[in-house]
Design a protein around this ligand. Structure first.
Ligand SMILES: C[S@@+](CC[C@H](N)C(=O)[O-])C[C@H]1O[C@@H](n2cnc3c(N)ncnc32)[C@H](O)[C@@H]1O
Length: 300
């Protein structure tokens, strides 16, 4: 089975506007689809630094090239790693957020609600916090907030209560336990759509995805050369909102960042007013691309 089919491949690489001798960063290496195309466009002076927090991505998809550096790390630390290699400025940063097909399809990783997997969902198996830990240890308010904030689940209070009442009798270890815990929620709400939202919420918490994204976006500002490109593919509205506001308003909400004198701070020029989305043909070939949104900012 293919490790991962890259999404919006040409659109995102065109968005980087690659200079053959430039220095680029791919923050989410995965199956290496985007990295390979970047490398094809670089000459031997050009460099690519790629990151992934999942060591299976690193070990299974290595690319041998003298101008390519593959680093196992959360991308929120990308600055430390590239500084260590003597790089203080880059010409483009790409992030294709979320999980790879390999992570979802590999049932032992516990990302999927299909089958009776152990509830894990860690992108990096070096981290301690798993989905089971979140479900068994978080208090009512924290669970409720996660479901509401990261999954947009309206009846998050009731679901959090059901989870807690179940775990008081039996530990929640796998998918069947979780389904049993919430079986009293009406059937309509237990649709695949609901389960995707529930699993997405838990996964975002397990991997601290929103904080990592915010940290990384903030750090990108200092690392991009003037006219350098920030290219981000996101897969749900929480990520897309952060990326959109950061590129358009230099902040994480809908108000512009202002300096001490109340003037607008503008880090980026937005290249595309509306996000670029996959064409129908791409969605037909790869259904996992359907929720992708690509935004491109050019450093001012
Ligand atoms: C959608 S896949 C990327 C696929 C890749 N562009 C390709 O073409 O094969 C996302 C990858 O990013 C990694 N990832 C997600 N969040 C990360 C983070 N905060 N730091 C480092 N890697 C991360 C995941 O482990 C996964 O392998």
């Amino acid at each position: 089975m293919k490790y991962h089919v890259p999404v919006l491949l040409n659109e995102s690489i065109n968005g980087l506007s690659i200079k053959p001798s430039g220095t680029y960063v791919d923050l989410t290496f995965g199956g290496g689809g985007h990295s390979k195309l970047i490398l094809d466009k670089l000459n031997l002076t050009g460099k690519l630094f790629s990151f992934d927090t999942d060591n299976s991505a690193i070990n299974e998809n290595k690319i041998k090239k003298d101008n390519f550096y593959l680093i196992e790390s959360n991308f929120k630390f990308f600055d430390l790693h590239i500084k260590e290699k003597g790089i203080n400025k880059v010409d483009g940063i790409l992030a294709d957020l979320g999980v790879s097909s390999h992570q979802i399809d590999n049932k032992e990783r516990g990302f999927s609600y299909i089958g009776n997997n152990r509830l894990d969902m860690r992108m990096s198996t070096k981290n301690d916090l798993s989905a089971a830990e979140v479900l068994n240890n978080y208090d009512q308010d924290s669970l409720q907030n996660i479901l509401f904030e990261y999954g947009d689940i309206k009846n998050s209070k009731i679901i959090a209560r059901e989870i807690i009442s179940y775990r008081n009798k039996k530990r929640i270890r796998n998918n069947e336990d979780l389904l049993e815990a919430i079986q009293n929620i009406s059937e309509k709400k237990l649709s695949y759509k609901f389960l995707s939202k529930l699993y997405q919420a838990i996964r975002i918490e397990v991997n601290d995805e929103i904080n990592s994204l915010r940290e990384m976006l903030e750090k990108s500002v200092d690392f991009l050369n003037r006219s350098g490109r920030l290219v981000i593919i996101s897969y749900h509205s929480i990520e897309d909102r952060l990326v959109k506001n950061f590129i358009n308003k230099s902040s994480f909400n809908s108000d512009y960042k202002k300096d001490l004198y109340g003037r607008k701070v503008e880090f980026f020029r937005s290249i595309n007013k509306k996000p670029i989305v996959p064409k129908e043909e791409e969605i037909d070939l790869n259904s996992r691309s359907r929720s992708a949104k690509l935004r491109i900012g050019e450093r001012l």
